[in-house]
Design a protein around this ligand. Structure first.
Ligand code: 5AD
Ligand code: SF4
Length: 429
């Protein structure tokens, strides 16, 4: 989401007559977009600002955007006096106006209000990837997971109208994009504010019907709002990719309650069952937090058991990190750092074994990949399957020596590793 926010911010600036430079050293205006979901993001930002100011700061205007800006607010001006703009994502619609103030010489420009019902729709977005385009469908979050800073940094949920989402999807298809990724902190709670009133499943089905779009992905889902209609929509149209990211965070109902996740282990398993009994084979991935306050060895074991049961295709795992303003900061029974580290290593080792096994099952199969790049050193093309696996492949018949990037190609899988597959293209293109 942050990467896409940056794309929209750059587009907004370009619409105001700014141009993006190759090297930050050449810029007059330097904006840092920041994320504070984990770790000590704020410290990193101040360190980077300091360093940049020292090395190349003469005559430049600096701004801090994103979650650290929202979280630290005007304190940033005191700690980094060379910063002139501090704005959180809920204020980006006001960026043009804030830029005018900056240019008029105002050295304390802020956009920190969270009191908004607007979404950041920009007429121009400067997209980094020529094949896959992101579309934000919902901003902010109305949940209150005890560990999470997002509701404080991104504000309340605001859905875009289905009409503006569909118009953007059609425009992207006309521009030649073939893959769309729908974005939101919790895409499942999308609710069209216009009279059409589409829910997420309806939107998903319609975006998949846009002519020229061959793949649609979405992230991220909250299990509580992941309803059966979403699986049905996916089953009905293979343009909707064979992948669901369904963050569980913990396998223990007790810890899930402490986290205020609003579902139990069994309710989560029900969603997994829908996916496993669906018409198509879906790859399922998740996020895990280890060492949440009060997580016992038994709770942790339940997370490990869930990994055994679900057999995820991939996962992101994190040590719990206390975040400002969140409910969990005040919770007793912190898990010691070394124990968090140990649990993280155990999760990762177990998952690695699962992935080695699951990826090996693909050897011999024929997979369609979207070619995303080329690795010259290995002489391999980098492809991605519908179920979000990286499949690197050699291509014997590049008769015209041209680039395959952006093409959809069938590839036979010949080898596998814990994180990717290797294959040979099955046709001469
Ligand atoms: N500590 C550790 N992990 C966190 N995440 C969010 N907040 C925290 C935190 N305070 C993880 C969750 C979420 C992912 C995006 O980041 O697993 O799903
Ligand atoms: Fe954070 Fe929970 Fe909202 Fe996800 S659903 S952004 S984890 S508060």
């Amino acid at each position: 989401m942050n990467a896409h926010d940056s794309e929209k911010v750059v587009g907004t600036l370009m619409a105001q007559g700014y141009a993006q430079v190759e090297n930050p050293e050449d810029a007059h205006l330097v904006l840092y977009n920041t994320c504070s979901i984990r770790d000590k993001a704020e410290q990193k930002v101040f360190h980077r600002l300091q360093q940049f100011k020292r090395d190349a700061g003469k005559g430049k205007v600096f701004g801090v955007l994103g979650c650290v800006a929202q979280q630290e607010g005007e304190k940033i001006f005191a700690r980094a006096p060379h910063v002139s703009l501090v704005a959180g994502s809920a204020s980006y619609t006001r960026l043009p106006e804030m830029l005018v103030q900056l240019e008029a010489g105002n050295r304390h420009v802020t956009g920190l209000s969270l009191d908004t019902d607007e979404t950041f729709d920009t007429p121009l977005t400067r997209r980094d990837n020529p094949n896959r385009a992101y579309i934000t469908i919902i901003e902010g979050c109305d949940k209150s997971c005890a560990y999470c800073v997002v509701p404080f940094t991104r504000g309340p949920e605001r859905s875009r109208t289905s009409e503006s989402v569909m118009a953007e999807a059609r425009r992207l298809a006309e521009q030649g994009y073939t893959e769309i990724q729908l974005l939101g902190q919790n895409v499942n709670s999308y609710r069209d504010p216009s009279p059409a009133g589409w829910d997420f499943a309806a939107l998903l089905a319609r975006v998949a019907e846009v002519a020229g779009i061959r793949r649609v992905r979405y992230t991220t889902s909250h299990p509580r709002d992941f309803v059966k209609a979403i699986v049905d929509a996916m089953d009905a149209n293979t343009v909707l990719c064979d992948h669901v990211h369904l963050p569980v965070q913990s396998g223990s109902t007790r810890v899930l309650a402490a986290m205020d996740r609003l579902y139990t282990r069994d309710e989560y398993r029900k969603r997994i069952e829908w996916l496993k009994t669906a018409k198509r084979r879906y790859s399922i991935t998740t996020d895990i937090i280890v060492g949440f306050p009060g997580e016992t060895e038994d709770d942790f074991q339940q997370t490990l058991d869930l990994l055994d049961e679900v057999q995820y295709d991939s996962l992101f795992s994190f040590k719990y990190s206390p975040r400002p303003n969140t409910a969990a900061v005040a919770m007793a029974d912190a898990v010691p750092e070394e124990e968090k580290q140990r649990r993280l290593a155990v999760v990762q080792e177990k998952q690695r074994a699962i992935q080695i096994r699951r990826n090996a099952e693909r050897i011999g199969s024929l997979e369609e990949v979207l070619v995303e790049g080329h690795n010259a050193a290995l002489g391999q093309w980098i492809g991605r399957t519908s179920d979000n696996r990286t499949l690197n492949f050699t291509h014997g018949g590049a008769a015209n020596g041209g680039s395959l990037v952006g093409q959809y190609i069938p590839v036979r899988v010949t080898r596998s590793g814990p994180n990717s597959l290797v294959g040979e293209s099955a046709t001469v293109v």
